[in-house]
Ligand binder design. Structure first.
Ligand SMILES: [Zn+2]
Length: 68
């Protein structure tokens, strides 16, 4: 069954019988990492949002360094 990438609407060729909850897939079109949230129905969630949190933490650490 065809599922589309939530980021770029590229049709993803995923066999629902071959994925499990927690699996990660990569969109061939935009390269976003997608995590399988549920398999019935098949729901995908972009994983790259975590990257923004990491950047925030790094920024705070920089400011702290300047102060000291
Ligand atoms: Zn995509």
């Amino acid at each position: 069954m065809a599922k589309v990438c939530p980021e770029c609407d590229n049709p993803l060729d995923i066999d629902e019988d071959e994925v499990e909850e927690g699996d990660t897939l990569t969109c061939d079109e935009c390269g976003v990492e997608l995590e399988v949230v549920t398999v019935d129905p098949l729901e995908l969630s972009p994983v790259d949002a975590e990257g923004y949190d990491d950047e925030d933490l790094t920024h705070e650490a920089d400011e702290d360094d300047e102060d000291a």
